[in-house]
Design a protein around this ligand. Sequence first.
Ligand SMILES: NC(=O)c1ccc[n+]([C@@H]2O[C@H](COP(=O)([O-])OP(=O)(O)OC[C@H]3O[C@@H](n4cnc5c(N)ncnc54)[C@H](OP(=O)(O)O)[C@@H]3O)[C@@H](O)[C@H]2O)c1
Length: 253
Amino acid sequence: MKNQTIVIIGANSEIAKALSQQIILDAKNHDNTQLIVISRDLTFYQQESFQQLHSACLNSINVKNYQEDEINLAVSKIDLIAMFEITKVIICHGLLHNKKLQPEKRLEDFSAEAFTQVLSANTITPMLWLKHLTPILSGKGSCKVVVFTARVGSISDNRLGGWYSYRASKAAMNMLLTSAAVELARRAKNIKLISFHPGTTDSPLSKPFQKNVPEGKLFTSEFVAKQLLTIVEETVIDGKASYLDWQGKVIPW
Ligand SMILES: NC(=O)c1ccc[n+]([C@@H]2O[C@H](COP(=O)([O-])OP(=O)(O)OC[C@H]3O[C@@H](n4cnc5c(N)ncnc54)[C@H](OP(=O)(O)O)[C@@H]3O)[C@@H](O)[C@H]2O)c1
């Protein structure tokens, strides 16, 4: 097993927490994996139960918000504390609903303010991370950058409609990733971009929409974390962006 640093961004996401636990379990008895977690809320990582799980391989960076200055500062900190080459970056931001915002059922529900918020969380924030991380990842060992999107971001697979803002924000993220892959194929051939659909997973994001999920189709975050880590390991660096689901199957853009 090679030495590696793994970075998880938006680490208070339910799936991110399971990923962190799995990475630390996998790294147990090896002194060769450093995990850096970044979030506005690191409470989970400060709990005694989590502290007992890991040894010295966990570092955390608390951000006040996801404005560009704050992201830039966090990336400088990553560069400073990374002990090994960064082999994986997993960006977990996702906003579907909050107290003031619900996914749209019909055109009349669309609101500029809600769309702006969703686009900021799901598209602009991950893109700013990619922008600031690229210089510290370029030209080194292989690095896979995963951005969590969703199958509903697929334009060709859109049969149900609705959820205008969420769908559009994830489709826009896919376009940004495919464009970035073209640029990185020229200037940073060691970086692979993956747009990842975890499947419907039990988390605060999916909570209000779980009623209609068929039996056996609501995944635990632990299951998705294991799937993703295997898929990332198996994905080859090929100068293209991949859009993959929880089974590792390609989703049509
Ligand atoms: N759960 C599902 O069924 C499902 C299905 C398809 C796709 N996904 C995607 O999978 C990813 C992880 O989802 P999850 O279920 O783990 O979600 P979650 O537990 O609700 O976590 C929310 C995540 O979004 C970040 N976030 C929330 N509001 C934000 C804002 N205004 N600006 C920037 N970041 C914000 C949080 O960052 P902090 O750490 O700073 O709080 C956290 O990383 C998301 O991209 C989601 O769209 C989930």
